[in-house]
Design a protein around this ligand. Structure first.
Ligand code: UD1
Length: 344
């Protein structure tokens, strides 16, 4: 297929690009090479791949980029967590307006296939089990509780601790930071577009993606990159909270394979797919794996916290396996060792 990949010069984008090329697709990349990610460094696409350096918010650039295209994979976005409220306008503009401009251009061009890089953060804390009240949406964590080291979100009804559950794609949205809100908005725009045009949209809700080429040393870097940078400098990884927060660390090559599988196979209406390895880990466990791989100092558990952080996000990715025949290939231990080597 002839496809347009937005954000193809980014961390996940470059792996999706490699997967598309290896599967014989003809790829055009639209990427603004935004300064907060690329820091003015040029990026050269692999041979045979066309690059249009422009922002997805520019309607004319989208029109140009869509000529002759059959499917769009939309990865261009401002990523991360949102450092503070001052980040809101840029998330709204880069992500919400970006998706809206692109989808409108797709409708003009009559292109009916859309694959979106969404995120597990759309679920907030997801759902958890209370012994007394059954399945509940965990209450937001109060700063007063975090400050005294009380990190687990309580049952909203009785305040008691909750058991963790893997969230399915039907879990209600509960975005708790600027980035999460912008991903929810993108999904709504895509559903809206699909309904009106009869197109198909696959929302790929990525879990914590890691692997070679991860951005680091920026306020928007993921925790695995922050830890490897610290270890490279001979310092201990600084683990926030008590290190017991759970995530599903999924390797970027597995994420790329899932994204391309959805682009190739999903042609019917709107569908969401959680993209996780299926094996949740704690942040403390991940820090120890990286320290061991780099023979570095033991992680330091700091008790620090970030207000927009959720405590646990763990996905049930069985729909992706069952409906798209996808299987993660990279084991956690191997992936972390590879990341450690890549950053050495
Ligand atoms: C990450 C992604 C987000 C994505 C989501 C999907 C980044 C920056 N964010 O969010 O785009 O949508 O996964 O699930 O990649 N931590 C430390 N020490 C540090 C930094 C962080 O212990 O120095 C902890 C945080 O408190 C948090 C955990 O590590 O509990 C993960 O943080 P982070 O990598 O920023 O990712 P998410 O917030 O899960």
């Amino acid at each position: 297929m002839r496809v347009l990949l937005t954000g193809g010069a980014g961390f996940i984008g470059q792996h999706v690009l490699a997967e598309l090329v290896s599967r014989g697709h003809s790829v055009r990349v639209l990427d603004s090479l935004r300064a907060d990610v690329h820091r003015g460094k040029p990026w050269t696409p692999p041979e045979g791949v066309e690059l249009i350096t422009a922002d997805v918010r520019e309607a004319e650039a989208c029109d140009r980029a869509l000529v002759g295209v059959e499917a769009v994979l939309h990865l261009a976005a401002k990523v991360g967590l949102g450092v503070d409220v001052q980040d809101l306008p840029d998330y709204a503009s880069s992500n919400d307006a970006g998706a809206a401009v692109l989808l409108a251009a797709m409708a003009r061009a009559g292109i009916g296939r859309f694959t979106l890089a969404s995120s597990m953060v759309v679920y907030g804390e997801g759902l958890a089990l209370c012994a007394e009240h059954g399945l509940v949406t965990p209450a937001p964590r109060l700063e007063a509780s975090l400050a005294v080291g009380d990190f687990e979100p309580p049952c909203p009804h009785c305040g008691k601790p909750l058991g963790v559950r893997l969230v399915g794609e039907d879990t209600p949205f509960d975005p708790r930071n600027a980035y999460a809100s912008s991903k929810v908005a993108q999904e709504f725009y895509a559903s809206n577009w699909a309904r009106v045009t009869g197109g198909s949209a696959a929302m790929m809700r990525y879990h914590n993606v890691y692997g070679p080429g991860m951005p680091r040393d920026t306020p928007y870097a993921g925790v695995a990159a922050i830890f490897t940078s610290a270890l490279r400098a001979g310092k201990a990884p600084r683990v926030f909270e008590d290190g017991g927060q759970r995530r599903d660390f999924v390797h970027v090559r597995d994420v790329a394979a899932a994204t391309v599988a959805a682009c190739e196979q999903h042609t019917n209406g709107v569908a969401a797919f959680n993209v996780g390895s299926g094996t949740p880990r704690t942040v403390g466990e991940m820090a120890r794996a990286l320290s061991a791989a780099l023979s570095g100092p033991e992680p330091e558990v700091t008790g620090q916290y970030r207000l927009g952080d959720v405590r646990h996000i763990t996905a049930d990715s069985s729909a992706l396996r069952e409906r798209l025949g996808w299987q993660p290939q990279v084991r956690f231990e191997d992936g972390m060792a590879e990341l450690a080597r890549a950053s050495a």
